[in-house]
Design a binder for this molecule. Structure first.
Ligand code: UVW
Length: 340
C-alpha cells in the first residue's frame, strides 16, 4: 500500500487524481533513494545527516565571505498578539506571564534579600510553529526514519534523530541566498507556485553568485513576509497552499551531488504544499530529509536579507544557527544569524 506522507489536514485543497501528470508515490521515491540514500554513510548512530558535510573548511569558507560586518537575524516574531503564521492544525506559541510586579503589590512576591523584584514568563509552543529546525526524524514513511531508525522510536518522545544532536553541532558555513521572488519579477510568489533546482541555478546565475558544494541554501519567496504585510487570508486552513520547490529525481540527485547540508526557506514547510504533478504532499521532506539527511529550517524572515543582497550585490555570506537544546525534540526554535 502507498504509505501516507504525513497527516494532511482535510481542509487542504487536494489535487484531483485525474489531473495528475506523473505516477509518483512514496514507493517511487524509494527507487531514487536506493541509489542516493545517505543512511549509514556516517555510521549507524548518526543523527545529523548532511550536516556532517559542514566541517572546519566549510566554516572557513563561510567566514571568507564576510566583507562589511553587516548582520541579519532570520527569526520571525514568536507569540505575536496579532497572530503568527502556522501550518494548519498547529497552534501559535503562547507566552504566559507567571511573575510580575502585581505579585509584590499583593504581598505575595518571593522575598529576596535586599528587596529586588523580577518578572518571569513561560512559553507553550508547538515547536514547528515558528522559525525552527526540524529534527531528521520529523517526517518519514515506511516505518523508518532517517538512517533506518524505527518509526516506533518517535512514540511518546523522539529518541532517535531528534533535534538534540543538531543543536549540539550547530550549523555554520557558507550561505547563499537565492531570490526566487526577484527572479520571477515578483515581491512574493503565488500560492502553489513551483520552482526546481534548475530555477535555483538560473536565479544564482542572474544574481552573479556561485552555488558551491556544501553551501547552506536560503530560498527567498517573500511568502512569510507577506503575512506581516497583512496578506493573512492565504494562511487560513482552507486556502493553505504554499509556493516552493517540487520533487523530481533530478532535483534529488542535484542535492545529493552538491552535498547540500541545509535548506532554509521563508515558508512554513520548505516545499510546495501539494505537488501539482503527483498530488503528493511534501515529498521533499521524504526524499531530502528522510533519505539524504538534508536538514530543513523553516519560517525564516528572509526579505530584509534579500533586499540587502539586491542592494549590495552580495548573495553569499557566513550563515550561523543553532536550534535550542530541546531534549527529544522533533524540532526546535531558532534565530539564525547571517554575517556579510
Ligand atoms: C510539516 O511537517 C507539515 O511541516 P514542517 O516541515 O513545517 O514541520
Amino acid at each position: 500500500a502507498t504509505a501516507k506522507l504525513m497527516s494532511v489536514p482535510p481542509t487542504l485543497k487536494m489535487v484531483p487524481k485525474t489531473a495528475l501528470k506523473q505516477d509518483v508515490t512514496l514507493r517511487t521515491l524509494e527507487t531514487t533513494a536506493e541509489r542516493l540514500k545517505n543512511w549509514g554513510k556516517w555510521g549507524p548512530e548518526d543523527e545529523v545527516g548532511s550536516l556532517n558535510y559542514l566541517a572546519n573548511p566549510e566554516v572557513l569558507a563561510g567566514v571568507a565571505e564576510i566583507r562589511s560586518g553587516k548582520t541579519f537575524t532570520l527569526g520571525v516574531p514568536m507569540g505575536s498578539p496579532a497572530g503568527d503564521p502556522v501550518w494548519p492544525g498547529r497552534r501559535q506559541a503562547r507566552r504566559v506571564n507567571t511573575v510580575d510586579a502585581g505579585l509584590w503589590m499583593a504581598g505575595k512576591g518571593f522575598p529576596i534579600p535586599g528587596g529586588a523584584q523580577y518578572s518571569d514568563d513561560m512559553l507553550v509552543i508547538d515547536v514547528q510553529s515558528s522559525s525552527q529546525y526540524d529534527a531528521l526524524g520529523h517526517a518519514w514513511y515506511g516505518d523508518q526514519l532517517y538512517n533506518g531508525y524505527d518509526a516506533a522510536t518517535t512514540v511518546g518522545a523522539m529518541t532517535k534523530a531528534n533535534i538534540m544532536p543538531i543543536a549540539e553541532k550547530g550549523i555554520v558555513g557558507r550561505g547563499v541566498l537565492l531570490d526566487m521572488a526577484k527572479y520571477r519579477g515578483k515581491k512574493v510568489l503565488d500560492a502553489g507556485e513551483t520552482f526546481t533546482h534548475d530555477d535555483l541555478l538560473a536565479a544564482a546565475a542572474q544574481q552573479g553568485v556561485e552555488i558551491r558544494k556544501r553551501d547552506v541554501l536560503l530560498v527567498h519567496t517573500g511568502w512569510i513576509n507577506s503575512y506581516y504585510d497583512g496578506d493573512t487570508a492565504k494562511f487560513q486552513n482552507a486556502n493553505f497552499m504554499e509556493p516552493g520547490l517540487t520533487h523530481s529525481k533530478e532535483l534529488v540527485e542535484w542535492f545529493a551531488e552538491m552535498e547540500i547540508p541545509n535548506l532554509v526557506t521563508d515558508t512554513i514547510a520548505n516545499e510546495v504544499t501539494l505537488d501539482p504533478a503527483s498530488g503528493l504532499s511534501l515529498p521533499l521532506h521524504q526524499a531530502l530529509m528522510r533519505n539524504l539527511g538534508v536538514v530543513f529550517a523553516e519560517i525564516m524572515n528572509l526579505t530584509p536579507l534579500a533586499n540587502d543582497c539586491a542592494a549590495d550585490g552580495q548573495y553569499s555570506f557566513l550563515y550561523t544557527a543553532a536550534p535550542i537544546k530541546l531534549v527529544n525534540g522533533t524540532g526546535a526554535p531558532v534565530n539564525p544569524v547571517v554575517v556579510k
